[in-house]
Design a binder for this molecule. Structure first.
Ligand code: CUA
Length: 313
């Protein structure tokens, strides 16, 4: 499309919903501005100095009932807008459980993407058409923001924590990917493209990538290379909790709390091992902050998550 596009393409299931809310807000705001500005101008002329317009009591039509009426009507309109936008936003943060999980790292100044198949790409994101995709993101240095206007998707990517976003692409094609948070000199160059492929083509693409192993298999190697395997084995020299079947389970901690072993828990336990010590174990594990890179963390966590499937009969 040449020239200036009024709207970006609507390429995700979320896009029409966001546009509908935005359009209604725009119309309501325009009506209010015109009404207020029109009355302001009208009254300024009608009651200008020296005019003979009546300045006595208010006409009877502007009674208390009308006052109450328009106050409650506009209050309900505002509440409706709040409910509508809130409901859409809540849906936007709850990915369906079967969503394809893709990992994203933001760093100065590129996007690095890892697929479950092990495929890795820079400044590009290939996704299957019509399937929910969940992005699990972290940053290596400063705050970035993952922004795909055609999907109406924007999520900050923050060092030291995982943030998530999800979408279902509804139109094949290529779309802009931007960083939407000022992150240094080349912030404006931190962009790429999202390629939406039919599911068969995505499957072919993601298995045609040079990496031989899938993400969990790469994680299994990193698990050994980083030395995790030395302690976390049955009958190992150190009394360390077993990790098979851990992901997705409730864990009892030494201080009596119970936490869900989700992705963030696994990641935190590697970086801050003294924070959530498992009941019955000593806090002897060293932190891997600064030792394992973001990419290694993603791989190891993917490996630990894959142990759930292996452990369930
Ligand atoms: Cu990364 Cu701006």
């Amino acid at each position: 499309m040449g020239g200036v596009a009024l709207w970006p393409a609507q390429a995700s299931a979320e896009a029409p919903r966001v546009d509908a809310i935005f359009s209604l807000l725009l119309v309501v705001s325009a009506v209010i501005i015109l009404l207020v500005a029109g009355l302001l101008l009208g009254f300024a002329i009608r009651y200008r100095r020296g005019s003979k317009a009546p300045r006595g009591r208010l006409p009877a039509i502007l009674s208390r009932d009308i006052e109450i009426g328009w106050t409650s009507a506009t209050a309900f309109l505002a509440l409706f807008l709040f409910w509508w936008a809130g409901a859409a936003q809540l849906a936007a943060v709850q990915p369906p459980p079967q969503a394809l999980e893709i990992r994203v790292i933001g760093r100065q100044w590129m996007w690095e993407v890892r697929h479950p198949s092990g495929a890795r790409e820079l400044d590009e994101l290939h996704v299957p058409l019509g399937e929910p995709v969940r992005l699990v993101m972290s940053a290596e240095d400063v705050i970035h923001s993952f922004f795909v206007p055609a999907f109406r998707l924007k999520q900050d990517v923050v060092p030291g924590r995982l943030t998530e976003a999800w979408f279902t692409a509804t139109q094949p094609g290529e779309y802009h990917l931007f960083c939407a948070e000022f992150c240094g000199t080349e912030h404006s160059a931190m962009r790429g493209r999202v390629v939406v492929l039919p599911p068969e083509d995505y499957a072919r693409w993601s298995h045609a990538q040079p990496e031989g192993d899938n993400l969990a298999q790469q994680g299994a190697k990193a698990f050994v290379a980083l030395g995790c395997a030395g302690c976390h084995v049955a009958g190992g020299p150190v009394h360390a909790p077993g990790l098979a079947g851990l992901y997705g389970r409730q864990v009892a901690l030494a201080d009596g709390r119970r936490v869900m072993a989700d992705e963030a828990y696994l990641r935190d336990s590697i970086l801050l091992p003294r924070q959530d010590v498992v009941a019955g174990y000593d806090p002897v594990m060293p932190s891997f902050a600064g030792v394992a890179s973001e990419a290694e963390l993603q791989r190891v966590v993917a490996y630990l998550m894959s142990l759930r499937e292996a452990a369930t009969p």
